[in-house]
Design a protein around this ligand. Structure first.
Ligand code: PLP
Length: 360
């Protein structure tokens, strides 16, 4: 069997143990005589899978009962609209930090539904840093304060979370949920598309503090209404059944790795392996300010666009694939989510050194 090291930003590599279990259970899930894909979402067998997946997520992230955990569809992008529709009060406003393309997109989408203020932006430096935050600029009466904890395209991460007092912090964690320990109690809402660090595409996880429920605008579609979805256990309509099952298998694997605490150590080690090569080199350039470096998406360039392309091609020939940077930034991006083995990162680090020697 041929397996590459896939550094794609999402959909992305998944734990082999999870894929193998899924393969084994494909035709006959535990004596049910059918695939999980073929099961009614209202069946006992499926409800058990669903409940177990939610319990695993609660355990891994230490999510208390005061939070609702939702398994929805529509991606993180669907939540760009859901957030203002669920949280903005009549005549109220929200503060946004523009730290990247997805943060910017979330802000633009939210403007359809009410007054949105941009409290800080690093757009003018092409998002190579998280913008400096000045608490004096925050609106103490805002309905919520919005951040993107890891900026997938540019490779930046908040070194520390902003202090927003009584204003609920809302976080897009699409590319670093389950990669490091977060105190969920710091957040009003944390949400993520699953396809980067949780499981396959099609599932969107929303974790919302229950006291924030009950304020959805009347125009809010039912499928994006967190209150209705909480009441219905995420099953107002058919949930993304197979994606939830797969996410559960990935979470089981993560638990075996020592949970989020365990994987965080490995993730730091993996990221350091690549940043060490970059810092020791006068061939590669890592544009992100050190303090804000992502542990999930490592972005860099060679001295020229031609060499960037040659790097991506030569790496692919060695089974190191999907390293091309996002079209907005160019260069090279190595996404090293939880499921990327240390071995794969080691191989990439060695390849980088070899490519430098050969092309300097
Ligand atoms: C990928 C990504 C998104 C978009 O996710 P979709 O599920 O495709 O809508 C939003 N925010 C961040 C931080 C991302 O990495």
């Amino acid at each position: 069997m041929y397996r590459v090291y896939n550094f794609g930003a999402g959909p992305s590599t998944m734990p082999e143990a999870a894929l193998e279990t899924a393969a084994r259970e494909m035709m006959d899930y535990r004596g049910s005589g059918m695939s999980v894909m073929e099961m009614s979402h209202r069946s006992k067998a499926y409800q058990d899978i669903f409940d177990e997946t939610e319990a695993l997520l609660r355990e891994l992230m230490r999510i208390p009962d005061s939070y609702s955990v939702l398994f929805l569809q529509g991606g993180a992008t669907g939540q760009f609209a859901a957030i203002p529709m669920n949280l903005l009060s009549e005549g109220g406003s929200a503060d946004y930090v523009d730290s990247g393309n997805f943060a910017h997109g979330a802000m633009v989408e939210a403007k359809k539904y009410g007054e949105i203020r941009c409290v800080a932006s690093s757009k003018d430096v092409n998002y190579i840093r998280i913008p400096e935050l000045d608490v004096a600029q925050f609106n103490p009466n805002a309905d919520y304060f919005y951040i993107t904890t890891n900026n997938t395209i540019f490779g930046t991460r908040y070194a520390e979370l902003p202090e927003t007092g009584n204003v609920p912090l809302v976080a897009d964690m699409s590319s670093n949920i389950l990669s490091e320990v977060f105190d969920i109690n710091r957040f009003g809402v944390a949400y993520a598309g699953a396809q980067k660090n949780v499981g396959p595409a099609g599932l969107t996880i929303v974790i919302v503090r229950k006291d924030l429920l009950g304020h959805a605008k009347s125009i809010c579609p039912k499928v994006l209404d967190w209150t209705i979805m909480t009441e219905k256990g995420s099953m107002l309509n058919t949930p993304p059944t197979y994606a939830i099952y797969m996410a559960g298998l990935c979470m089981k694997w993560l638990k075996e790795q020592g949970g989020v605490e365990g994987i965080e150590k490995v993730n730091i080690e993996k990221a350091n392996m690549l940043y060490d090569v970059l810092d020791d080199s006068d061939f590669y350039r890592a544009p992100v300010e050190k303090k804000y470096r992502s542990r999930m998406n490592v972005t860099f360039t060679t001295p020229s666009k031609e060499l960037d392309a040659a790097f991506v091609k030569a790496a692919a020939n060695e089974g190191l694939v999907s390293l091309k940077g996002h079209r907005l930034v160019g260069g090279i991006r190595a996404s090293i989510y939880n499921a990327m083995p240390v071995e794969g990162v080691k191989k990439l680090a060695e390849f980088m050194k070899k490519f430098e020697v050969e092309n300097k």
